[in-house]
Design a protein around this ligand. Structure first.
Ligand SMILES: [Zn+2]
Length: 276
């Protein structure tokens, strides 16, 4: 299935009338880049999607200094960008943790885990999505979130939610950068070469260490909201290849997303399996 979202009646097959999804990630923009298409698709079918973003991304690249200068801090800029992206994707609730950006591997694990456990206990998600062990591109904060979220779901045993790990398809971001370079060449621009993705310049690290996915979804219809959500993160987009992706290009460049079912949490099927 490519463009057709599951009908609301299909949700009955999951054994619950209102399944919900909790996405647990590290920084503003992770949600849009890693799983923006699936989030938008779920929200469009009436599934409640919540996001726990464990930091404000305040130590991220300030690659749009003009924008930051207009505001009190990168922290508040990125929080506002995240709220806009969440609205585009249809996320119902955004919870932002106050952990220091870049320090997640070194913060007491219990502190991060208690935030994740609290969100799971309050929201009762049927399914949780977090990073895979490769942290999308070996980002230490992402790997720490993978470890903490896995530990929390494992601690709940069979009563825990279904857990999925999101990874990026190997080579997908290289294709985006190659596309951007072609457009940039053609337009004969004097701006710097668009060789990064959201401040990351080691493009080939994206998906390099990803485990084999168990769920591959193609969200062509929802690749445009995904692109629009990505563009909300303006503070991270200076010289980014993503600025050269048009709405026409988005289904080709951004539609494929990879997920892998974890071996912790409930053994029951997840509604997520319908999205393929
Ligand atoms: Zn991140």
């Amino acid at each position: 299935m490519i463009d057709k979202a599951p009908r609301p009646t299909d949700q009955a097959k999951t054994g619950t009338s209102s399944p919900s999804l909790l996405v647990v990630l590290a920084h503003p923009d992770d949600e849009s880049l890693a799983c923006g298409g699936l989030i938008a698709w779920c929200a469009a079918t009436g599934i409640k999607v919540s996001l726990l973003c464990l930091t404000h991304g305040e130590n991220g690249q300030t690659n749009n200094l003009d924008l930051v200068a207009l505001s009190s801090s990168l922290k508040s800029v990125r929080r506002a960008e995240l709220e806009r992206a969440a609205a585009v994707l249809g996320i119902t609730e955004v919870i932002v943790g106050n952990h220091e950006d870049g320090m997640l591997p070194w913060i007491e694990p219990e502190l991060v885990e208690s935030d994740i456990l609290e969100a799971i206990k309050r929201l009762h998600p049927e399914t949780v999505i977090t990073f895979g062990a490769d942290g999308l591109y070996w980002h230490p904060d992402h790997i720490a979130v993978h470890e903490r979220a896995t530990a929390v779901v494992a601690s709940l045993g069979d009563d825990g939610p279904a857990l999925y790990y999101v990874t990026l398809p190997a080579g997908a971001m290289r294709t985006v950068v190659n596309h951007a370079m072609q457009v940039w060449d053609k337009q004969n621009l004097s701006t710097p070469r668009p060789e990064s993705i959201l401040g990351v310049t080691n493009i080939d690290a994206f998906g390099e260490g990803a485990a084999t996915p168990t769920l591959v979804i193609t969200t062509r219809k929802f690749s445009v909201p995904k692109l629009k959500a990505l563009v909300c993160h303006q503070s991270q987009l200076r010289d980014s290849a993503l600025l050269f992706v048009s709405e026409k290009d988005a289904p080709r460049l951004l539609a494929t997303e990879h997920y892998r079912r974890a071996n912790v949490g409930t053994k029951e099927p997840s509604f997520l399996e319908q999205f393929r």
